[in-house]
Design a protein around this ligand. Structure first.
Ligand SMILES: *Cc1c(COP(=O)(O)O)cnc(C)c1O
Length: 414
């Protein structure tokens, strides 16, 4: 995150002091850099400039309205996975004709809402879903645009929980079954076959599985064309990894060149569904050290961020860099940085060598993706506030939840 820098011992995001933000809004606090968001998007625009394309931001990575509104302003499309995400994109001013709808469990209500909004495409993930979509569109007297999400059966070499393109995953339809499904879709009423989709996993560090998946999908598209089934777009999903620790993420320009070579001379538009790589390194999470708890062989730093605020360490054993907001000199002590929740899985980082005192402010880095969007209220903890900074401007984009807002939907019985 090169919008984060130190100035005279203070840590700034763009032109804003993180200390001052924590003072003003409290902690835990998610903070995003507008410039970092913009740069991440421009990197895509540049890398894929040779290929007619549409970037459909994967909303689940960070679905805060102000973030969606920012991307809508850049003209991106959106990849949604629920009716809730559809409502958010529309509320944020997103263009419905640039929305693709993914997910294995779309309900009839979600289909109706998306058809009514006029989305670009349904990424259909099963035969049953295809039949349901045909029926729902028929009841509305509308035509639903469809792609199949095909499962190219390539190993993306990422964490098993975020790998989605192997044949044992629940996602998509086996690529071998796709021709028959396309023929069926072309024959069913109220459907229009428009594209094809695949998404093989997340936090991909190696380009070769992405290129392999593209080759398999393109071979299928050519086979379909030979049968007279022509597609308008080819959606190659998201999944490009980012640097959390010492990873070397794939070179976007190299990915762009690899796809430009494959798409040159083709008429289909390229769609991409990046999530993490657009927002992950544009956000950080501020936390206060509540207690230091020295132990026998292990020292704990108990902070006010917990697994409900940032689930990735507990869920995937994910690594996030943690730094002190105030620069300190001295000899570091090794700490496990943990939250206050009553779960052993409630950790933020293990074995970090740091100079910290109680009351210190820490920044948990690379938390713009799958941070706030995965947050919960476990242990009756209100979800964090969120701030977007733009040079010296500070925008509170989400207020901290209150105990009242947490209890608002509940009823007493006795
Ligand atoms: C999660 C998801 C994405 C985004 O993945 P990233 O790794 O965040 O880029 C894209 N498409 C689909 C279908 C997804 O489920």
């Amino acid at each position: 995150m090169n919008t984060l820098h130190r100035l005279e011992g203070r840590l700034l995001l763009e032109g804003v002091s993180l200390d001052a933000l924590a003072e003003r809004f409290g902690t835990p606090l998610y903070v995003y850099s507008r410039q970092a968001l913009e740069e991440a998007y421009q990197a895509y625009v540049q890398a894929f400039s040779e290929t007619p394309h549409l970037i459909c931001y994967a909303v689940k990575a960070n679905s805060s309205l102000a973030i969606l509104n920012f991307f809508a302003g850049l003209g991106t499309g959106f990849d949604i996975v629920s009716g809730g995400e559809l409502a958010r994109v529309l509320a944020a001013g997103g263009d419905p004709s640039k929305i693709v709808f993914s997910g294995v469990g779309k309900t009839a209500d979600e289909m109706r809402a998306a058809i009514k909004a006029g989305i670009l495409c349904f990424n259909v993930e099963s035969l049953s879903e295809l039949h349901r979509l045909s029926r729902v569109a028929g009841e509305m007297g509308r035509i639903a645009p469809v792609s199949f999400r095909v499962n190219p059966d390539v190993d993306p070499k990422t964490h098993p929980y975020i790998s989605t393109g192997l044949k044992e995953n629940k996602f998509g339809v086996p690529i071998a079954d796709a021709p028959a499904l396309y023929r069926l879709a072309a024959s069913l009423p109220n459907l229009k076959v428009t594209g094809i989709d695949c998404h093989i996993g997340s936090q991909l560090i190696d380009l070769s599985p992405l290129a392999d998946a593209a080759d398999r999908v393109l071979a299928l598209v050519d086979a379909l064309a030979a049968e007279g089934i022509t597609l308008h777009h080819i959606d190659l999903g998201g999944g490009v990894g980012i640097r959390y620790n010492d990873e070397t993420p794939p070179d976007l320009d190299a990915y762009g060149r690899a796809l430009a070579a494959r798409f040159s001379g083709r008429h289909e538009k390229l769609l991409l569904e990046p999530g993490r790589s657009l927002v992950g390194n544009a956000g950080l999470l501020l936390t206060r050290v509540e207690y230091l708890k020295p132990g026998d062989g292990k020292n704990f730093a108990i902070v006010d961020v917990a697994m409900n605020d940032l689930m990735r360490p507990a869920l995937y054993e994910a690594y996030h860099e943690i730094i002190s907001v105030k620069q300190k000199n001295g000899s570091p002590t090794r700490y496990d940085i943990v939250g206050p929740i009553c779960e052993t899985g409630d950790f933020i980082g293990f074995a970090r060598d740091m100079c910290i005192e109680e009351g210190d402010l820490l920044a948990i880095l690379s938390t713009g993706a799958y941070g706030m969007s995965m947050a919960s209220n476990y242990n009756s903890r209100p979800r964090a506030a969120e701030v977007l900074v733009n040079k010296n401007e500070i925008h509170l984009i989400r207020e901290r939840e209150t105990q009242d807002s947490l209890m608002a939907c509940e009823r007493l019985v006795y």
